[in-house]
Design a protein around this ligand. Structure first.
Ligand code: ADP
Length: 662
């Protein structure tokens, strides 16, 4: 009876006679129907169901009989269904239920089953009943849901295409535009309407990297092409695009369309070109710099990192060392592999940590005019003055970095140090001759000076003892002047002789354990007696610090430093000394601070040189020879110590001296 042919086109309302069936016939029909069938009477009670219906809803046929039809419907439909059912019985006819609507039944376990229901009224033994044929539509429902989801996805994708900033276009087999997204409208200036049907390459005046034919051949061969194109916009301006194209073919392999996505890279190209120009400029400047460096007679190079690895060197650098220092090679490794040695000004082997270059890279110290002697692989020696400066001007570094980062192992955080070596062999030669002369002159001066000093002292002494006539006041003054002048001359000749002794390596130290605290105190007391304008103070927490030194020589150094502190602070003021113990290296550190005229910055680098005096000392007419500091530093260094200073012109100077502790 689910077969619609058997029920014929029986039409209600009652003007047309309905189909009559007997219970037997009905039971038989229900048994063979493939559909789930439910027979309901006018009161809405289930008269009978077939097996399919019972299975569909998860009940047994028995369970359903005489139950209300609504138990097979979702709860929320019960009420409305009752009304519908009543209307239906008032005017029964064969029809599909809920045309155009998705109907749902309710399974015993509560889940909803999408169904399709057609209704047919029949007279069962003269009682009007309705047979509902119910078809499980779960599969179709799921398929429909999927279709709807796909449609939604396609709609979203289409929107996405419109949303893209890239120009997306589709052209047909003869290159006519058949799709033109918003991105294309924005990029090129033609609306979709204007672009559709136009031949793309003539619309956009496409310029190809090679030729259209080549791009086409590539597309044909690989199915896709990627590259840069130049297009002309509607307003005539040019735009560089990164284009991706894909060929679409039908089943026979005929080209049906080409998908094209074009991304505007004009800005990126401009930036790249600008960067290339900057890079080219940097390279040119560096090249220029290299040329200047190569043209200079002195050796100039740049090192980086705490082990002074070579970054850049001029031509003279190679001949300086007499060996090739390879880029990225650490300094000590280079020296060791080539058997190169470095000595100090006195010819003693220099400990690496005192190399000017290593002091600069490791301590960040600016080392100026440091005397070193290089013993090259072939045994020849070269006296040099080394200047090593850590570069911290970012412009300098950027210029160098640009280039070196690509060619060396240099890492951006490492500092770069500029090292300049000046060959001073000619100067050394001249100096040697000068020292020779000074030595001879000082030596020759010594004897007549001793005679002069002896007689002057004898005159003063004997007259004081009443021998000979009493001297007039002016004669006594003249004698004192002679005595003072000869003392100064004597000191000068002694200093000059010390210079020549030092130069010739003839200065011998006779060391003995000496308490530096006591020595300093004594020197301070002595000096304090010579001045009322200055106030000396010594700050130390030590009662004794014993150093192994030549006491006379260290006294000479202290005398010189203390006299300078007095001499170069003509307005007087405090002269403060501190003396303490240093741990690394284990040494005494003495500082002497004055508030005098200071040393002008421009002359600081050379102040330890021989006969060197600062400009302000000369103009203040303070007498001096410029030998004291030279001798002092030499003497301190001979003892294994160091002597240096900090000074600001017009504010004062502080001299520092270390001496190693046993
Ligand atoms: P001299 O004092 O005989 O000129 P030195 O070798 O002792 O020679 O000193 C060299 C120069 O260093 C001095 O001429 C002076 O310009 C400068 N100098 C040394 N000590 C001081 C100081 N304490 N304050 C200012 N300048 C100083």
């Amino acid at each position: 009876m689910a077969d619609s042919q058997q029920f014929d086109a029986t039409i209600f309302p009652p003007s047309i006679s309905p189909l009559h069936v007997t219970l037997r016939e009905l039971i038989q029909q229900m048994g063979i129907s493939p559909d789930a069938l439910v027979v309901v009477d006018q009161a809405g009670s289930i008269v009978m169901v077939n097996e399919q219906a019972a299975t569909l809803f998860g009940y047994s046929s028995e369970e359903l009989r005489k139950q209300r039809l609504e138990m097979l419907l979702p709860e929320h439909l019960h009420e409305i269904h009752t009304t519908h059912r009543e209307h239906y019985f008032a005017e029964p006819r064969t029809r599909a239920m809920g045309a155009g609507l998705q109907l749902f039944g309710r399974h015993k376990n509560g889940t909803e089953i999408p169904v399709d229901i057609s209704l047919r009224p029949v007279l069962l033994d003269d009682e009007l009943v309705v047979i509902g044929a119910i078809r499980d539509m779960s599969e179709q429902y799921r398929a429909e849901l999927e279709r709807m989801q796909q449609a939604e996805q396609i709609r979203l994708q289409a929107e996405l295409i419109e949303l893209s900033h890239d120009a997306i276009l589709i052209r047909d087999s003869v290159s006519r535009v058949i799709f033109w997204n918003k991105g294309a409208e924005e990029l090129y200036g033609w609306s979709s309407q204007e672009a559709l049907g136009r031949i793309t390459n003539s619309l956009l005046k496409t310029r190809f990297p090679t030729s259209l034919a080549e791009v086409d051949a590539h597309l044909e061969r690989d199915g896709r092409w990627e590259g840069e194109l130049t297009h002309t916009r509607r307003d005539g301006s040019l735009v560089v695009v990164e284009s991706r194209q894909m060929l679409v073919c039908d089943v026979q392999g005929h080209r049906t369309a080409i998908l094209e996505i074009n991304r505007d890279i004009t800005e990126r190209r401009h930036l790249e070109q600008a960067m290339q120009a900057v890079h080219a400029q940097a390279v040119a400047r560096l090249d220029f710099l290299q040329q200047i460096m190569d043209a200079l007679p002195g050796s100039i190079y740049l090192v980086y990192g705490s082990d002074a690895r070579l970054l850049l060197a001029n031509r003279a650098a190679a001949s300086l060392w007499g060996a090739i220092w390879h880029i990225d090679q650490p300094m000590l490794e280079f020296l060791a592999t080539n058997g190169i040695k470095i000595f100090d000004a006195q010819g003693h082997p220099l400990t690496p940590k005192y190399f000017a270059t290593l002091r600069a890279v490791q301590e960040g110290e600016t080392v100026l005019h440091h005397q070193e002697t290089i013993r090259r692989p072939n045994g020849s020696s070269l006296p040099v003055l080394v200047n090593a400066v850590v570069l911290n001007s970012s412009r300098w570094e950027n210029l160098v970095r640009e280039e070196v980062e690509s060619t060396t192992q240099y890492a951006p955080h490492e500092s770069i140090t500029l090292v300049v070596h000046q060959d001073v062999s000619a100067l050394k030669e001249a100096e040697y001759l000068k020292d020779e002369f000074i030595g001879v002159a000082a030596h020759e001066l010594r004897n007549p000076l001793a005679v002069l000093k002896g007689y002057a002292e004898m005159l003063v002494f004997q007259t004081a003892r009443g021998k000979g006539p009493k001297l007039a006041a002016w004669q006594s003054e003249a004698l004192e002047e002679i005595d003072e002048a000869t003392s100064r001359l004597d000191k000068l000749t002694e200093d000059l002789l010390d210079v020549t002794r030092l130069q010739a390596g003839r200065l011998v130290l006779s060391r003995e354990p000496t308490d530096l605290v006591a020595l300093t105190r004594r020197m301070v007391t002595q000096r304090q007696m010579t001045t009322k304008q200055h106030v000396f103070s010594l700050d130390t927490e030590h009662t004794s610090l014993v150093v192994d030194v030549d006491r006379v020589r260290i006294e000479q150094v202290l005398t010189n430093l203390l006299s300078n502190a007095i001499k170069y602070s003509p307005q007087g003021g405090p002269i403060e000394l501190t003396l303490r113990e240093e741990v690394e290296p284990h040494a005494t550190l003495l500082s002497i601070r004055d508030r005098g005229i200071g040393i002008p910055f421009a002359q600081q680098a050379r102040i330890f040189g021989r006969f060197v005096r600062a400009e302000n000392a000369r103009t203040s007419e303070i007498t001096g020879t410029g030998l004291g500091l030279y001798l002092s530093r030499e003497l301190v260094e001979r003892h294994g110590g160091r002597l240096w200073f900090e000074s600001t012109e017009g504010e004062g100077s502080t001299f520092f001296m270390t001496l190693p502790l046993a």
